[in-house]
Design a protein around this ligand. Sequence first.
Ligand SMILES: Cc1cc2nc3c(=O)[nH]c(=O)nc-3n(C[C@H](O)[C@H](O)[C@H](O)COP(=O)(O)O)c2cc1C
Length: 409
Amino acid sequence: MTQPPDLAGRHIVLGLSGGIACYKSAELVRELTRAGASVQVVMTPAAEQFITAVTMQALSGRPVVRSQWDERQPNAMAHINLSREADAILIAPASADLIAQLAQGRADELLSLLCLARPFASGHERVPLLLAPAMNREMWAHPATQRNAAQVVADGALLLGPGHGDQACGEIGDGRMLEAVELRDALIAFFTPKLLQGRKLLITAGPTFEPIDPVRGLTNLSSGKMGFAIARAAQEAGAEVTLVAGPVHLDTPAGVRRIDVRTAQQMFDAVLPLAGQHEVFVATAAVADWRPAGVSDAKIKKQADRAVPGLDLVENPDILAAVARLPRPPYCVGFAAESHDLARHAREKLHRKNVPLVVGNLGPATFGRDDNALLLVDAQGDREVPAASKRTLAQELVREIAQRLSARG
Ligand SMILES: Cc1cc2nc3c(=O)[nH]c(=O)nc-3n(C[C@H](O)[C@H](O)[C@H](O)COP(=O)(O)O)c2cc1C
């Protein structure tokens, strides 16, 4: 099953104002078009000091509009045409000067003019304005910039960042433009229907690692990709997400609170106190059922005259069942990673753990991969969700959870 890219059908006016971060805007155009958007670049004269219109035209596949006096526009009104066509206007980089102009409602060059001319009143014609500030940390911290930024937000713009870190001037601080992929993802999140607005989700992801000695342990092949994809999709849908992650090498989805743990017991200790504060618990993690009864302080050495050491195992606490047993449990979604008889095992898990929904998947076919296929099992029956990317499946699951929550009232 192929899913259209996240920004398919979206038309973005990408404004560049004068800042070093214009070099990142070239990458941003690539990311936006790769995600399916069409991009019309508009540049201020200062932006053209940092990157050429030729580069931006070549990457966007459209001539850059550089002036309000652009004679190519049949009606001579670039500011009206551009702002009416857009699904959103994204200014990246947004310089201190451009933010000041917007705060004052000035319109002496095309980019600020088209922002002023954009359909602004609420209603479906409204064209949102998103700004990615980029400047030296002193410029960003200056009371004038802070005042202007607060004013443009009060006037309806959305600020993306700025980020913190190394700056082109050699200083370190707040004012870096977000990276191209972060801006792309912010735009995707912006357009996502807010089906879980205000809901609180607790999600576990990844494997656990049960130490045998300081260098060895028992673990499994779960990569955490499914749980991280659900965390991202839920956050994009407006949820407040806490992600308890076993040992995985995955970036934290934007806006998600992450708690890293290693063992099943640590995951249990992290989850249980939080579960009651969340409306939904999604147990995606592949939690070890057993752990070694004792952990050796020193590496267990191989010795010629010694027998192969035995491994005594004890049972780990059952996180999902414990959450489901709470006096006021969240809506619990369990994951069953099986190697065979998926439907039967998933239904057994539904009853054994006493949860309203179990999502079955075949572990060997999906661990570490970017795609999966799901079987949703509840009291009413089974529903297959055919093979797709974990991102698509996560979005589907978020819709499913949102529906179930609203059906509960
Ligand atoms: C080398 C250089 C780098 C600059 N970098 C930035 C910057 O990162 N952010 C910013 O707000 N202004 C920066 N400026 C200042 C702006 O380019 C200047 O204020 C310009 O007038 C802004 O025009 P605009 O409204 O088109 O952005 C820089 C200036 C120079 C000479």
